[in-house]
Design a binder for this molecule. Structure first.
Ligand SMILES: NC(=O)c1ccc[n+]([C@@H]2O[C@H](COP(=O)([O-])OP(=O)(O)OC[C@H]3O[C@@H](n4cnc5c(N)ncnc54)[C@H](OP(=O)(O)O)[C@@H]3O)[C@@H](O)[C@H]2O)c1
Length: 337
């Protein structure tokens, strides 16, 4: 039976869920594809664990609880090389300025002929074009569902389902946290600060919510989609961007009276001057499909030349869903002839 060896970099909320789902899906991989999928290596910030025969649940549990090692020097790229795996799943921090360790890891993996699945966004925001060219050169796949709204199909919709069409425009609610905050303000009449605090209590928003609230998360997803699906060469800082932080209770009351709902919308549109991408706060009226998208739910609407308009609403926003999106990518890799 063919065997696929997997290595995960980053073993936090998402990395741990990837490992769990991989274990739960062993029988599925054997029955559906006639292959073994083994998790052979996992790296954290300062140490890694490897077993050529596949890491056991107890080894992973112990590794997850290990204190950060400060005395043994650890180089993640060397660890990836030593694992001799077939697929890298990158779930480390999203470092947007330099691409951070994720960029080195994905480059290293592709360069040595491994397929790579990115859940972190840094590497893709900084150098999607370079990584994609490297993957092509090495004859391997670079998959990015986890970094582009995860459970909501975005990149697969554009690249697979609409293959051959010209995509005229994309708009989406790509960040569950901001939609939760705006929905809570609308439904409960609370302030933005109170809605953020509630999202934090529920584990929906990070302790520092600015990446989501200030529109950076949406900007990154729009940038990656524009670069991957439209061949653009955008940086996330090129996009005009709005924060939901400044939305006041008074504005909310005005929108309510006008029958509108505020949404943080990421947009990509072909124009006669070229591609235009942005993150905008838009008050949509009740006839707009996004008006029904509440809480942490996400959505994407696509306009095409010959397949018309498509709308997808849904997809959970949590680490399990992000892990599942990465493993959807894995299935697309292992099902290749
Ligand atoms: N959480 C979600 O729902 C979600 C959804 C979609 C995408 N994402 C993206 O997925 C990524 C992971 O998110 P998360 O919530 O799992 O983060 P997290 O809980 O903070 O975990 C991050 C992990 O990365 C590890 N790490 C840090 N520097 C590293 C390095 N140099 N080499 C190897 N590993 C390193 C950390 O190591 P230590 O354990 O040693 O600290 C930790 O295990 C982020 O980029 C995020 O933007 C998250």
């Amino acid at each position: 039976m063919k065997r696929w060896n997997v290595v995960i970099t980053g073993f936090g909320s998402v990395g741990k869920q990837v490992a769990k789902l991989l274990e739960q899906r062993q029988a599925h991989y054997r029955e559906q594809y006639g292959v073994e999928v083994k998790l052979v290596g996992v790296a954290r910030s300062s140490q890694g664990v490897y077993d050529a025969e596949g890491l056991t649940q107890s080894a992973l549990e112990a590794f997850g609880h290990e204190k950060r090692s400060t005395d043994t020097p650890f180089t993640g790229t060397d660890f990836i090389t030593s694992c001799k795996a077939d697929i890298l799943i990158e779930t480390g921090p999203s470092q947007l300025e330099t691409g951070g360790p994720g960029l080195s890891y994905i480059r290293q993996a592709l360069d040595q002929g491994m397929h790579a699945i990115a859940v972190s966004k840094g590497a893709l925001v900084v150098d999607y074009a370079g990584l994609s060219a490297l993957a092509k050169h090495r004859g391997v796949m670079l998959k990015i569902s986890g970094a582009t709204a995860a459970a909501l199909p975005t990149i697969d919709l554009l690249q697979y389902n609409l293959a051959g069409c010209q995509i005229l425009a994309v708009e989406g609610i790509f960040t569950g946290t901001t939609n939760f905050v705006l929905s809570s303000m609308m439904e409960e009449g609370i302030s933005c600060e109170e809605a953020i605090a509630r999202a934090q209590q529920m584990g929906i928003a990070e302790p520092d919510p600015s990446f989501d609230i200030d529109g950076w998360d949406t900007a990154c997803k729009v940038t990656i989609l524009a670069n991957a699906a439209f061949g653009a060469q955008l940086k996330h800082t090129d996009l005009s961007r709005t924060s939901v932080r400044d939305v006041t209770k008074e504005q909310i009351e005005e929108w309510k009276s006008a029958g509108k709902s505020p949404k943080l919308v990421g947009r990509i549109r072909r124009t006669t001057e070229g591609l235009h991408a942005s993150v905008e706060l838009q008050a949509v009226d009740q006839s707009h499909p996004f008006s029904t998208v509440k809480g942490t739910t996400k959505a994407i609407r696509v306009e095409t030349d010959v397949m018309g308009e498509l709308l997808v609403i849904g997809g959970k926003s949590d680490p399990v869903a992000a892990a599942a999106a990465a493993l959807k990518d894995l299935e697309h890799i292992i099902r290749q002839p």
